[in-house]
Write a protein that binds this ligand. Sequence first.
Ligand SMILES: Cc1cc2nc3c(=O)[nH]c(=O)nc-3n(C[C@H](O)[C@H](O)[C@H](O)COP(=O)(O)O)c2cc1C
Length: 308
Amino acid sequence: MLEVNLSGLKLKSPIILASGILGVSFSSMKRVIDAGAGAVTTKSIGPKPRKGYKNPSIIEIYPGTFMNSVGLANPGIDEFISEIKEIKKHNIPLIVSVFGDTKEVYLDVAIKAEKAGADAIEMNISCPHAEVASIGIDKDLTYEIVKFLKEKLTLPLFVKLNPNVTCIAEIAFAAERGGADGVVAINTLSALKIDVNTKNPILSHGSGGLSGKAIHPIAVKKVYELFKILKIPIIGCGGIDSWQDVIEFFLAGASAVQIGTALYKGTAIITEIINGITQYLKDNSYTSITDIKGLTHQVKTQEVPDFD
Ligand SMILES: Cc1cc2nc3c(=O)[nH]c(=O)nc-3n(C[C@H](O)[C@H](O)[C@H](O)COP(=O)(O)O)c2cc1C
């Protein structure tokens, strides 16, 4: 009932751990799978170890809504290879998120991840507080890098989109033309929170990325827009906190979803979501989660009324 096939990546459930949420260790990945997730995505991994920004780098600004500027802290691909191998020893479906500053660097990191046993590659071209954001705002650069990677990789390649653009559809379309096997919508939204007493930004980096509850309706709208123009699967991501949030993503056109921030409450939320989705499908006499994909597009929304 919950199985999905994302361009050849077959998952037992459509819930995937979002990148950067639970570190990179095997033990945290296993907890997520045991709770019912179909796959895990690693933190974004680059060519070299990177420390990231100083604390405070994560804050909760409203209940369930966070801002972070972790700054792509990661151990570097060479160090991370042993972790990939360890995760794969236990047969955990693994998506490795990669980043770099040139197409050659992206490819080098992705090829190393592929050789180490990853099941799919996610290209992070979208972190709002790091230099990779500049790729995800340029459709020509997106097309060029995706095409370059697809020519050399055999694994499915997903492209994680930056919502901080005027037209997300043109970037997604460029990724599809370049050969991407799917897109992930969305990464965090660029945001700033100021301490009124010190008059300084609260995060050490200044601005950061907004995630969690508040961004869910924005992410659903992006998935809805993308479903109208893309042929490749869309993985909905942003603000999932309940089974209803997942159903909304599917109705808007998602083929799978990623969950991030809500895991601060623990991995049991994944099991609750899976139980909720299963019950919803049974109650509405659907046999598969894919039966509800894009259904909201059948509803004709009201046209802008003419002026007299
Ligand atoms: C602390 C933190 C670290 C993150 N690190 C990454 C990362 O390394 N790579 C990436 O593509 N997205 C990263 N993200 C973005 C999430 O994967 C996700 O796209 C975003 O948080 C929206 O989903 P959510 O509202 O369910 O958290 C990070 C988010 C948070 C909160």
